[in-house]
Design a protein around this ligand. Sequence first.
Ligand SMILES: [Zn+2]
Ligand SMILES: [Zn+2]
Ligand SMILES: [Zn+2]
Length: 184
Amino acid sequence: MGRRYRAGRGFAIVPAMRQRARDGGAAGRTGPGHDHDLCIADALEAAARVCAARGQRLTPIRRRVLELVWQSHSPIGAYEIMRRLGQGRPAAPPTVYRALDFLVAQHLVHRINSRNAFIGCAYPERQHDACFLLCENCGSADELSDAALLRALAEVADSHGFAVTQQTVELRGRCRQCRDGSRA
Ligand SMILES: [Zn+2]
Ligand SMILES: [Zn+2]
Ligand SMILES: [Zn+2]
């Protein structure tokens, strides 16, 4: 992991967060044993930077919800966020939904429709449509940064006279670790 995978003509799959030298090892970026605290720290740092650049406020509650979304590389449901935020007693839904709406609008978080859940964006610095590889075994979700793929879909839609307003591609299957058997 941490390198570019090429599968066919001009189709580059870039592992979600940027590669870090500290990552190293066979486990890879999101593999078992990676230092997830670094992922969370990077995500919060990037969010602060992005919000400042856009003149948006990353309030404490928004930051805390983002931190909870980033607890793992698997999508998390709104109710689970409420539960963790309230430390046992669920936090008020409107508070959490407003924070999530903000984070989604700022492309810091993506909504995974098929799971009715949310996941931190691996590419928060630029506005983009998202494509996810969703593992049915371990629940992980890897975001692909593939402008060519998403552009191709938009062009196909356009050729049908269809104007796309929102596009999230979700591919389901088994991730590399689960196929290797390194994740049970
Ligand atoms: Zn991580
Ligand atoms: Zn994204
Ligand atoms: Zn998996």
